[in-house]
Design a protein around this ligand. Structure first.
Ligand code: BGC
Length: 254
């Protein structure tokens, strides 16, 4: 019997780099996730070394399946274009080529929120929902994924909407709540403004809220005064890994 192999998803974040092989039938990890601290500076070369360590750890389960990697910035055809919360050395780096050369494997690099959104559509809070779904992740920054009838429109970057002359994520990301020690009520007012702007521009059928704080959704989602249905993400911190693995698999099999 040939051994089954699984694509590997790797989520590159500001503090940790996390990976796991994913069963695409269920959207579940096939083995415990491995997390390694993000190296100081988080330059492309240093991150590629950590990715290689994670791939090595799971090599038996991954076989020849591709590797999906998320980056917290715009990624056009494997080239990183922005770096709001990561080392500026990433800008204009062809991350896909760099990591593929380091690993000698097939690699797909995508935006972190796009990966998380894609996972929510296939396995999570927006499963089987057609129409326009907008997934936002509230963390250090605000990430967004726009998915219409199951099709991802990449790099939407709605965390950087300008509201009252300010970058939205600086006021409404979860990091702003922590930095300014905002109560849930105060933060919810800012989120209402943010999501109202978003819904007036896009008219989504469903909003999904991800990021670590989505675990506490009951503390702030009921306080939002918006017209669109809004629900917490279901895959939480697995979403980036799961979505990256699926996007990599699709990119290399179609
Ligand atoms: C970046 C996005 C990213 C988001 C969440 C934003 O600052 O511009 O590309 O998806 O943070 O990490």
């Amino acid at each position: 019997m040939t051994k089954k192999s699984y694509p590997l998803g790797i989520d590159v974040g500001g503090t940790g780099i996390k990976g796991a092989p994913v069963d695409l039938d269920t959207g579940e990890f096939v083995a415990d996730r491995l997390r390694i601290d993000t190296p100081e500076g988080a330059t492309p070369g240093a991150v590629a070394d950590v990715i290689a360590e994670i791939v090595e750890h799971f090599s038996d389960l991954v076989g020849d399946e591709p590797i999906g990697v998320t980056i917290p910035g715009v990624v056009q055809h494997g080239v990183v274009r922005t770096a709001a919360n990561i080392d500026p050395a990433w800008i204009d780096t062809n991350a896909e080529e760099l990591i593929a050369a380091r690993l000698g494997r097939r690699v797909t690099v995508v935006n972190d929120a796009d990966a998380a959104g894609y996972a929510e559509i296939h396995y999570g809070a927006a499963k089987d929902r057609d129409g326009l779904v907008v997934v936002t992740t509230l963390g250090t920054g605000i990430g967004s994924a726009v998915i219409n009838d199951g099709q991802l429109v990449p790099n939407s970057e709605f965390g950087h909407l300008e509201i009252d002359g300010k970058d939205a994520e600086k006021k409404a990301a979860h990091s702003a709540k922590e930095r300014e020690e905002l109560s849930y009520e105060k933060w919810a007012k800012r989120l209402t403004k943010y999501y109202t702007t978003l819904e007036n521009l896009l008219w989504p059928d469903l909003l999904v809220v991800g990021g670590g704080v989505s675990k506490k959704a009951d503390k702030f989602l009921p306080l939002l005064e918006i017209r669109t249905e809004i629900v917490p993400a279901r895959l939480q911190n697995a979403a980036g890994i799961v979505g990256a693995a699926r996007l990599a698999h699709e990119a290399h099999t179609n």
